[in-house]
Design a protein around this ligand. Sequence first.
Ligand code: SAH
Length: 230
Amino acid sequence: MSFSAEIITLFPELFPGPLGASVLGRGLADGLWSLKATQLRDFATDRHRTVDDTPSGGGAGMVLKPDILASAIDAISPAGDKRPRILMSPRGAPLTQHRARQLALGPGALIICGRFEGVDQRVIDGRQLEEISIGDYVLAGGEVAAMVLLEAVVRLIPGVLGKAESHADESFENGLLEYPHYTRPQQFEGVDIPAVLTSGDHGRIAKWRAEQSQALTRKRRPDLLEPDKS
Ligand code: SAH
């Protein structure tokens, strides 16, 4: 069974968007994963297809109604569906490579894209939505965030990236940032490729790369070296 992604959104026409390009798009065409985007408005019950209402307690903006969103969730992911239900949200747990890898090993995900001020808390609680954030900034909607999440996950699905593009050494995979890359020409604007990389000595190359990774991580992301980080 391949990874099955379902999106609930007010803008289904945005999908697959970038997820349809390159290796991810090929994986989609080859059935290594599937994607379906559903229009939340299809679950509205009034003539105007209303999905939002004013915030209780006052304040600016609109809130997605719990009854409409719950109907959409229940239709797409009925009880017994093993896929996690994710709500893209700036209040959520920060997305990590670790969570992306867990999701890639699972059956798929139901992903809800918020709009306006967000979603009524009772549907978050009542449908056990896992809130995931893609960073400490506020987007206009969850669609781009859902694409970021899916792009991180889908490239980890076995078979999507070729062997040549394996991810064992990548940033975050071993808790470190990746070492610098070089390719031909041998000299570019007066700068040579570091000699060790053209030495053919695989032991020395591995050691140099490990040292570069360590140094770069210490300099740019010392938080990753703290013991409690996964
Ligand atoms: N009022 C909310 C922000 C709403 S932004 C707050 O202050 O927390 C509208 C929608 O965009 C959100 O419901 C969410 O689905 C999406 N979104 C915005 N920023 C995001 C982020 N950093 N990560 C994931 N989703 C985000």
